[in-house]
Structure formats: C-alpha cells, structure tokens
Design a protein around this ligand. Structure first.
Ligand SMILES: *[C@@H]1O[C@H](CO)[C@@H](O)[C@H](O)[C@H]1NC(C)=O
Ligand SMILES: *[C@@H]1O[C@H](CO)[C@@H](O)[C@H](O)[C@H]1NC(C)=O
Ligand SMILES: *[C@@H]1O[C@H](CO)[C@@H](O)[C@H](O)[C@H]1NC(C)=O
Ligand SMILES: *[C@@H]1O[C@H](CO)[C@@H](O)[C@H](O)[C@H]1NC(C)=O
Ligand SMILES: *[C@@H]1O[C@H](CO)[C@@H](O)[C@H](O)[C@H]1NC(C)=O
Ligand SMILES: *[C@@H]1O[C@H](CO)[C@@H](O)[C@H](O)[C@H]1NC(C)=O
Ligand SMILES: *[C@@H]1O[C@H](CO)[C@@H](O)[C@H](O)[C@H]1NC(C)=O
Ligand SMILES: *[C@@H]1O[C@H](CO)[C@@H](O)[C@H](O)[C@H]1NC(C)=O
Ligand SMILES: *[C@@H]1O[C@H](CO)[C@@H](O)[C@H](O)[C@H]1NC(C)=O
Ligand SMILES: *[C@@H]1O[C@H](CO)[C@@H](O)[C@H](O)[C@H]1NC(C)=O
Length: 867
C-alpha cells in the first residue's frame, strides 16, 4: 500500500476507486452512490471496473437490453407473483482482470449466479461479494485470487454452490462457512489453505454432495467423525491435504458415495471393519500413498459398482479380498508396494472388464492365473517383485488390448510362450525369473513392441533375427545363456542393447567376433591421370605462398611436389620418409607419416592408398578449396606430393601430437579447463569448415587422432577433406573397408550415402564424450567391447549414472561444467540427425563453460609452422 499522503494524485486515485466500495459497505444504499441506478447501469459500472483486453464485453451497451448482452442469462421467475428476473453472469475464461471490489455488482437485483472463473484477477477475494446475498452459485475458480478466505462469505446463505478451487487462497478455512447450510457443492481444492478444519464444516454442511478440499498441502486435520453426517455426499475429494490419523468409522455411513479419494495423505491404522458394506454406489476408491495397514476388509467385494480400486503404496497385509476380483465393473486394481500375500485367484475371465492390474512389490505367491489371457480388456498387467512361481500360461498375452507386461523378479519357470495375439504389446519385462528355452521369434511380429527386458533368466539359443523388424528402444537380454551371432542391426542400430553376461554371443564389437576380423587394406589400383594436375595447382590463387618446385630431373622422377607454403623438402625426401618407424597414424585412407625437415620442423604426410579417378578440372577446384582454408583451429594443408599411382597430402604437424595420443596414454590427467578449451577449439574449427565456405566443407573423418594439439593445448583439426582429394567413390569404398574408428561414425551414415554436417557433429560429440569421460572412444571399458556412445548411454539412465560417467581424475569442482558438456555431447550423438545441434550452436554452448573455467587466458594465435 502507498504510504498516505506521499502522492497526491495516487491518493486521489485510490479515493476514486474506494468510494463506491465505501458506499457499498454502508448499511443502506445511499442516494449519492446511485441507489436509483438501473441494473443496466450497475452492470456497465461493473464492466467499467474491469480490464477486458480481448473485448469480450465490448457489446455491453445502453442500446441493447442487458438481458441480451453476451455472458448474461436472465430467467424470469414467473412462478412468483412478483415475476422478478434472475440474472446469471457467466464470465469464465475471458482474460479479465481489474478491481472486482470496486464494482456495483451486488446491487444488481436478482443476481443468482456469478462466475469469474479462469481469469487473471490477481487480488484477494472481494469482501463485497458477501453483499451479493441473492447468489446461489459463486464460481471464482482459477481466477488468480489470493489471500485469506473471508469469513463473511458465510453470509451468502442462499449459496448452493461455492467454487474457489485452483487459486492461491491461504490461511484457515473460516468456521463461518459452516453457516452455508444449503451448500451442495463446495470446492476449495488446489489452494494453500492451512491449519485444522473446524468439525462444523463437516457436521453442518449436511446437504453437500460434492466436497473437494484436495491439494491443500498445508492443512493438518484428522478426518472428523462428523463426516458421517454428510449423508448426501457423492463425491469426496480429500487427497493430498495433510490428513492424518485413522479413517473414522462414521465414513462407512456415506451410502451415496460414488468417489472417495483419500490418497496422498498421512492416514494410518487399519481400515474400519465392514468398510464398503454400504457403498452400493461407489465407483472409485483411492486410498493410495498413505500409511494404512492391516488386511483389507472383505466387504469391498460388495461394492458392485466399483470400477477403480487403488490402494497402492500403503502397508496393507493379508490377501486381497477375494470378492474384489469378480466385481463386474472393476477396471483397475492397483495394490503395488504393499505387503499383500496369498495367491492370485482365477478371474471371471471373459466377463471381466479389468484393464489394469498392478501388484508389483508384494508377497504374492503361487502361479499366474490362467484366466488372465481370457480378459479381452486387459491392457496392463504387472506383478513384478513378488514370489510368483510356475510357468506363464500359453494364453497369457491373448488380450488384444495388452500393452504393458511386467512380471520381472519373480520365480517363474518354463519357456516364454508365443505372444501372437497381443498386437498392441509395447513393453515386455520378464527379467529376473528362471525362464528357459529360446526367445520366441514371433516377438518380431508384434508391431509396436518397443521395450524388451528378458535379462537375468536362463534363456538359450540365439537372438532371433526377427527382432530386427521391431523399432526397439530397449532390448536387454543380458545374463542369460544365449549364443550365436547377434543380428547385426541390433548391435549397430539405434536401440539400447544390453548383451553382457552371454559368453556364447558373438558379433562385431563383442568380445567374441564370430570370425577373425577381415582386414582389407589392399591399395586399389589408381588410374588417376595427373598429367595436367600440376599446371592446375600452380595456377592456384593462394597468394604469395604458392610455390611450385619441381624436382631435378622430374621427367624421370616419379615424385612430384606441390607446395603452398615455402618448406624445404623434396618429393624424394617425402617418399623416403614413408618408413614404418615414422608412422603416427592409420586411417581408412592410409597411413600418416611424421617427417622431420632439415630445419627441425616436422610435417605430417598422409599417404592416400586409394586416390581414385578425377578429372583434372575437378581436382584443381577441390585443391583450391582446401588450400584456402585458414583458421587457428584448422591444421594447414601445406601441399601435395603425387606420382602416377598415388597422392599424399602434406599437413602441418604440432609437437604435442594428437588428442588420441593423450587420451590413450597410460595416465590421462588433463584438467577440465584444458579439456573444454580443446573442445571449444575443435568446435570453432568445424564451424569454420561448415559455415565459413561455400560450398561448405565437411570434415567426414573427425576423430581424436585428427585433433592435433599445439601450445596451451590449442587444438587444430586435421585430416579433413580427403573426399575432395580422392573423389567420392574412392572415399566411400575406403570407408566401407575400414573397421577402425566406426565409433566416430554417425549411425545414419550407413543408410544414406549423402554426407551431412550432422555426421561431423556426431563425430564431434564422440570426441566430447572422450574428454568428459577421459576414456578412448573405441574401448572405453577394458572388459567390454562397446564404443563410448553406448558405454555412456548404458550408464546415463541409472541412478547416479552421471557420476560413473565423468572422469574421476578431474576435480569435483568442475562437475557442473562436465555435466553440461556431457549433456551437449549426448545431443551431438543423438541417433536422430536433426536433433543434433549445429556446430555454431555447439560453440555457443561451450563458450560459457570455457570462460567460467578460464576467465582470462588469451587464446594463443601463433602457429607452429607459420613462416
Ligand atoms: C414482492 O417482493 C417483495 C420483496 O421481495 C415482497 O415484500 C412482496 O410481498 C412481494 N409481492 C408479492 C405480490 O408477492
Ligand atoms: C499480481 O500483482 C502484483 C502487484 O500487486 C504483481 O507484482 C504481480 O506480478 C502480479 N501477478 C501477476 C501474475 O500478474
Ligand atoms: C466453475 O467454473 C469452471 C470454469 O468455467 C468450471 O469448470 C467449473 O465446473 C465451475 N464450478 C462449478 C462448481 O460449477
Ligand atoms: C452449525 O449449525 C448450527 C445449527 O444448525 C448452528 O447453531 C451453528 O452455529 C452452526 N455452526 C457454525 C460454525 O456455523
Ligand atoms: C516396495 O514396497 C516397500 C513398501 O512396502 C517400499 O518401501 C519399497 O521401496 C518398495 N520397493 C520398490 C523397489 O519399489
Ligand atoms: C518392471 O518391474 C521392475 C521391478 O519392480 C521395475 O524395476 C521396472 O521399472 C518395471 N518396468 C516397467 C517398465 O515398469
Ligand atoms: C510354488 O510355490 C509354492 C509355495 O509358495 C509351492 O507350494 C508350489 O509347489 C510352487 N509351484 C511350483 C509350480 O513350483
Ligand atoms: C539390463 O539387465 C541387467 C540385468 O538384469 C541389469 O543389471 C541392467 O540394469 C539392465 N539394464 C537396463 C537399462 O534395463
Ligand atoms: C550397413 O548396411 C549394410 C547393408 O546395407 C549392413 O550389411 C551392415 O551391417 C550395416 N552396418 C552398420 C554398421 O549398420
Ligand atoms: C533414458 O532417459 C531418457 C530421458 O531421461 C529417455 O528419453 C530415454 O528413452 C532413456 N533411455 C533408455 C534406454 O531407457
């Protein structure tokens, strides 16, 4: 509130707004306040006090009778001699705000219904509403009202319906509301009411048939025995409102109950004996998430209308009441997380309308009822973590509606039956039992099956190739006795596949490879004509650096050299450097040699084994593109060396070697700040490739061995653009032969031949994962043969998974940044290419991580080989 007298205009304004309010609260209508105003004028006054941004009330005007205005309903009560008119004002959801309290509303005669629900009033409940004594129905739900619930509302004694739900009303529920003896509907749900409820609120409101006090987490009451006096109650919603103590016996008297929801409270103790005996109309019973204990009374089996029985997350013991299972209308039984025991009875089969049975985490024993398969409506059956034994009935999954099955962690035996008829099955969890025999191939025919967990059983045989037909998100067959070749797309494809603990399984990437890996690195014959190549390259516009040196007696020498930078080397020397001891890397396209120059500098020469066939003009243009690329995070291409049969590309080399050398060193202990800087530098280099050129240059072979490190660990990306040198066809065929470094290759690369930026982003994501985990991409775990993407994905969803993933050698103070980088890496390695961020977005995400770690370090711009 504004301090009095500080602002003359404001206090004037306040007075202006308050005056009708003051008038309204004086006893008799004062003539100056417009006692003579017509309903029309009063309603226009009310309208004037509202903010109506959408113009919903714009057609309220003097020119039409108010009974014709939108949102107003007039009912003529001709039955009484006076023939007065009842007015209902229904203004829900019109984006209204403004000062309702300044209104003249309550002076409108015959106002019986007012709804201001679902608007944005942002004010306390106007006290003046207590003057609208003709109101029968008041609805302020979700109107953004806050503050206390005024006791004065108890003056609206004609009210039969009061809905204040979904606001931010706080404080106690005033006992004065107990005077509203005619109330049939009272909804105070979803507010912030607190304190203890006055018993008269239950004992006096005997006409109520709808009572909702739910979701008022600060209430702290016991259920009063007065509840039993509300004999007309049909709907009772008291969930999530801090009720404690026991369930009073008087509740059993509420014969009209259709819905009873006491869930999410702190109720304790045993159910009152006979609970349910009089609930002939009860359709929904929800007692879940309390601390109720003891056996559940048998009488619930007499509630013939019952559709939902939810008692999960309590401490009930004993058997589920036998009568329950055969209730004709029952759809849902939720009893999970209790201590129920005994056997599951046979159901009434075809007649049953059960849709959902959840009994996980109890102590049920015995077999799975044969009759489950007969229930045509069954959609979800879960009974995991019990002591069920015996085998699965053959018809177990016969319900055409069945979608979710979870009977993991029981003692079930026998084989898994054919699941042929449940064409809607999405999720099948059978893990942790003692199932034997093969995985039924017919699972592959279930069109929407997405999650399969058969782990920790004793299944034998192979993994059926038919499972490749499914669009799986999870396949867990670990810890069985499966054997044979794993269907290829289950290993390389998109689902998270868990195969460990099956020593007999083999396939690419598994410890057991089925057959010895085939290496095919035969240099394919190169038929490239390079006659006009030299002239083409010498014309290259690469500034003053372009130097072309021919060897003496070049006619006879097979080695020709084209340099874009003045380095002292001859083609002969390059060739002489192709010695095994100089090899610093191997890739799909050949080996990389490190060659020392006479002046002590060194260069890296990539000797391409398969340089393909290209027209001279195309080659010229490609060389031009590559030679022009300049960026502090891109290693320079210094030149070429070529002969009739092969081409070698000369790159600058940095003393510190490659990122892969570092990561694979016996002890990789780089601090987080250096790792982020490497990631950022690589990302910046890629941005330059992707966005700094038209047409854009794709790297296509990004991996940690192609990230060279300079001083201060400033990275330079090398090995890019080989496709432009050798040609697409040769590039593809080399790639296809390469068994190494598959882990950097985006999954879609197999299906689409057209390279995209997204594939580079994927490779970058793999490098980022290496930096975050401190583990090499190919074999992050020595005891496992999966690549790093899978290694991380397997851990990411388990509790505390992230802490297993992050490199423990990095200080914990860096954890926040590492988690952010991990998240980014996961996005980059998303299986869906379009969900990966673009490289410039990656840079924007990494920059804050880098600078928060290393606020002042200037980025080095010197280059190792700059002349
Ligand atoms: C008309 O209503 C007034 C007050 O509501 C009442 O006093 C009066 O008796 C009524 N007249 C008739 C004819 O019912
Ligand atoms: C409600 O009004 C207060 C000032 O009275 C304002 O600070 C707040 O932002 C408003 N809330 C909404 C949701 O408009
Ligand atoms: C109050 O108004 C809202 C919005 O129109 C409506 O959904 C709700 O049913 C009304 N409450 C009562 C008790 O009629
Ligand atoms: C409850 O109703 C009785 C009469 O029926 C009345 O005397 C009492 O004041 C009411 N209680 C409250 C709190 O209004
Ligand atoms: C099983 O239920 C008990 C309560 O009966 C609960 O404490 C426990 O967390 C539940 N276990 C699982 C795995 O949900
Ligand atoms: C199946 O049950 C197990 C054991 O209670 C539980 O851990 C798992 O989350 C459940 N799976 C699904 C999909 O509900
Ligand atoms: C299942 O377990 C019960 C004991 O809980 C035992 O009596 C019964 O023989 C078992 N049934 C099978 C098929 O193993
Ligand atoms: C796969 O099954 C094994 C063995 O039951 C379990 O340890 C692992 O957590 C499961 N993985 C997933 C993702 O469900
Ligand atoms: C790639 O596709 C071929 C068939 O086109 C298939 O044989 C091969 O296993 C696939 N490889 C991967 C890694 O998906
Ligand atoms: C892992 O969790 C993410 C969301 O947290 C989910 O989208 C993904 O499907 C989960 N993966 C597995 C294998 O459960």
């Amino acid at each position: 509130m504004a301090p009095a007298g500080t602002h003359a205009p404001l206090s004037l304004l306040l007075f202006h707004f308050l005056s009708p309010l003051i008038a309204a609260s004086t006893a008799a209508p004062s003539p100056t306040a417009g006692a003579a105003q017509t309903p029309q004028e009063l309603l226009l006054d009310f309208k004037a006090s509202l903010q109506d941004p959408s113009g919903a009330l714009s057609s309220w005007s003097r020119s039409t009778p108010y009974c014709n205005w939108p949102h107003i309903t007039c009912t003529s009560t001709a039955a009484t001699a006076n023939a007065t008119v009842s007015i209902s004002l229904s203004l829900p959801g019109l984006s209204l705000s403004g000062d309702v309290s300044a209104s003249s509303l309550c002076r409108v005669p015959g106002l019986v219904a007012l709804s201001l629900a679902s608007n944005g009033f942002n004010q306390t409940i106007p006290l003046q509403l207590s003057r609208c004594t003709s109101l029968v129905s008041l609805n302020l739900s979700a109107g953004a009202f806050w503050g206390p619930l005024p006791d004065q509302l108890g003056m609206l004694t004609s009210l039969t319906s009061l809905d204040l739900s979904g606001n931010s009303i706080e404080g106690q529920v005033p006992a004065g509301l107990a005077a509203l003896g005619s109330l049939e509907v009272l909804d105070l749900g979803g507010n912030q009411l607190s304190g203890v409820l006055h018993p008269a609120l239950f004992g006096n409101l005997t006409s109520l048939h709808f009572l909702d006090l739910s979701r008022n987490q600060f209430l702290e009451s016991e259920l009063p025995s007065e509840l039993g006096k509300m004999g007309s109650l049909r709907w009772l919603f008291l969930q999530g409102s801090g009720f404690s103590g026991g369930i009073p016996e008087s509740l059993l008297e509420l014969e009209q109950l259709e819905v009873l929801d006491l869930s999410m409270n702190s109720l304790t103790g045993a159910m009152p004996p006979g609970f349910g005996i009089k609930f002939q109309k009860l359709m929904t019973l929800d007692l879940s998430q309390n601390g109720l204990s003891g056996p559940f009374p048998e009488e619930i089996g007499k509630c013939v209308m019952l559709q939902r029985f939810e008692v999960h997350d309590n401490a009930f013991t004993g058997e589920l009441p036998a009568g329950l299972w055969s209730l004709p209308d029952l759809r849902v039984i939720r009893g999970e997380n209790n201590r129920f025991s005994g056997q599951l009875p046979e159901f009434s089969g075809v007649q049953s309308r059960l849709e959902q049975v959840q009994l996980d985490n109890n102590s049920f024993s015995g077999g799975i009822p044969q009759s489950i398969g007969l229930i045509r409506t069954m959609y979800r059956f879960s009974a995991s973590l019990n002591e069920l034994n015996g085998s699965l009935p053959d018809n177990f999954c016969d319900s055409p509606a069945m979608s979710i099955v979870n009977i993991s962690r029981n003692s079930l035996t026998g084989t898994i039956p054919e699941f042929k008829n449940c064409k809607r099955l999405v999720s099948l969890y059978l893990s942790g039992n003692a199932f034997t025999g093969p995985i039924p191939a017919s699972l592959g025919d279930l069109p929407v099956l997405t999650y399969i967990d058969l782990s920790s059983n004793s299944l034998t045989g192979g993994i059926p190739a038919e499972l490749q037909n499914l669009k799986l998100a999870l396949l867990n067959v670990s810890y069985n006795q499966l054997s044979g070749r794993v269907p290829p797309s289950l290993i390389s494809g998109l689902p998270a596949v868990f195969l460990q603990g099956n020593p007999g399984l083999c396939g690419p990437g598994l410890p057991n490879d089925c057959d010895a890996p085939l290496r095919k690195h035969q240099g394919l014959a190169v038929a490239a004509t390079v006659a006009s190549f030299v002239t083409g390259v010498t014309l290259l516009a690469v500034g003053a650096f372009a130097v072309c040196r021919r060897l003496q007696g070049s006619k006879s020498s097979p080695w020709k050299l084209v340099l874009f930078y003045p380095i002292r080397i001859t083609g002969e020397e390059v060739f002489a450097g192709f010695h095994d001891k100089n090899i610093i890397g191997r890739g799909a396209f050949g080996k990389v040699y490190l060659i020392e120059l006479q002046d002590g500098q060194s260069i890296a020469v990539k000797r391409l084994v398969n340089s393909g066939k290209l027209t001279s003009r195309a080659r010229k243009n490609e060389m031009k593109v590559l030679a022009k690329i300049r960026h502090k995070n891109i290693a320079k291409m210094l030149g070429f060396c070529y002969s009739e049969g092969e081409v070698s590309v000369i790159y600058e080399h940095l003393q510190r070697g490659s990122l892969q050398d570092l990561i694979c060193a016996p002890k990789f202990t780089m601090g987080w700040s250096d790792r982020v800087r490497i990631a950022l530098g690589v990302a910046q280099g890629l941005v330059h490739l992707h966005h700094g050129h038209t047409p854009c240059v794709l790297h296509r072979d990004l991996k940690s061995s192609n990230v060279l490190l300079g001083d201060e660990f400033e990275p330079r990306v090398t090995g890019f653009g080989i496709d432009l040198v050798v040609g697409e066809k040769a590039y593809q065929s080399s790639l296809a032969c390469d068994l190494n470094y598959k882990c950097y290759v985006a999954p879609e690369q197999n299906c689409t031949k057209k390279p995209t930026r997204f594939m580079d982003v994927y490779s970058f994501g793999v490098i980022l994962l290496e930096l975050v985990t401190g583990k090499p991409a190919e074999h992050p775990a020595s005891d496992d043969s999966i690549d790093i993407v899978r290694w991380v994905r397997r851990r990411i969803n388990v509790t505390d998974g992230a802490s297993q993933i992050l490199d423990p050698s990095v200080s914990r103070t860096a954890q926040k940044g590492m988690l952010a980088a991990l998240e980014l890496a996961l996005r980059c390695t998303s299986v869906m290419p379009d969900q990966r961020p673009a490289m410039d977005e990656v840079v924007r995400s990494l920059e804050p991580l880098c600078f928060s770690v290393h606020p002042q370090t200037p980025l080095p711009t010197e280059t190792a080989l700059e002349p």
